[in-house]
Ligand binder design. Structure first.
Ligand code: URA
Length: 246
């Protein structure tokens, strides 16, 4: 890459870190960056362990491809007629760090990929601020289809879709889940507690560590809260760094 462009990119990143309130940057050991190989071991055991979780049956060992195939051309809720593309998720299927947002917006609906708009660009910088690349982590949402005019997800839509998310988590087996915003956190934790009360500490989602933090779209409107997100990301990062090498 051209040195000038590289210099400008580094300058841009440093500016963002300053905005986030970052005072230092540490580089995790390679084992923490990529706890697992990028591709699934083709000889991994077939799906067999079944964990009943509420009304959702989560099958450990299931692949993301199988879950996507099960979603198919989904017509399970009222969002189906207005979507352009279903947004399943993207990233490393064996990621140690998994981000769960709310629902696709206009850009995501257009491209069929999560977090590719303005909020997504900020999410990429947040991911990079703890030494990961976007492709190292796995990113998805509670809802796989865009609510019209980006309105909040409704209870029946979450009920129709959340089971796929639970199965995605079981497939990826992340070390830490970062729940972005109220809907992500409340859906996974089955709570009505506010994000302000939930953030700042490691919580538990069915035996997986979860940190709840503010949604990047909220940060675009309230940049002064970026510092808290940085604090939350450091908690997640410190936990992942301490995980045994796999
Ligand atoms: N906001 C979300 O919660 N998810 C996306 O994919 C994009 C914006």
């Amino acid at each position: 890459m051209n040195r000038k462009i590289l210099g400008e990119q580094i300058h841009g990143h440093l500016q963002l870190y300053r905005d986030l309130g970052v005072r230092y940057v540490s580089r995790p050991a390679p084992s923490a960056q990529n706890r697992k190989p990028k591709t699934k071991n083709p000889e991994s055991p077939p799906a067999e362990t079944v964990i009943a979780a509420g009304e959702t049956v989560v099958t450990a060992g299931e692949t993301l491809e199988a879950i996507l195939a099960d979603i198919g051309n989904c017509r399970r809720c009222k969002l189906a007629p207005t979507r352009t593309n279903l947004v399943f998720g993207s990233g490393n299927p064996r990621a140690s760090l998994m981000f769960v947002g709310e629902a696709p917006g206009a850009d995501e609906d257009e491209q069929g990929l999560p977090f590719v708009g303005r909020a997504g660009r900020l999410l990429t910088l947040i991911v990079e601020s703890i030494g990961f690349r976007r492709e190292d982590v796995y990113i998805c949402n509670i809802l796989k289809c865009r609510p019209p005019n980006n309105r909040n997800p409704e209870t029946d839509e979450i009920a129709a879709c959340e089971g796929f998310l639970f199965r995605q988590i079981a497939a990826v087996q992340p070390g830490v889940i970062v729940a972005l915003g109220t809907f992500g956190a409340q859906t996974l934790l089955k709570t009505t507690e506010t994000i302000g009360k939930l953030r700042g500490r490691l919580l538990d989602y069915r035996g997986v560590k979860l940190i709840a933090t503010y949604h990047p779209a909220y940060l675009l409107r309230s940049p002064l809260e970026k510092r808290k997100v940085w604090d939350d990301m450091r908690i997640a990062h410190n936990y992942i760094r301490a995980l045994p090498r796999q």
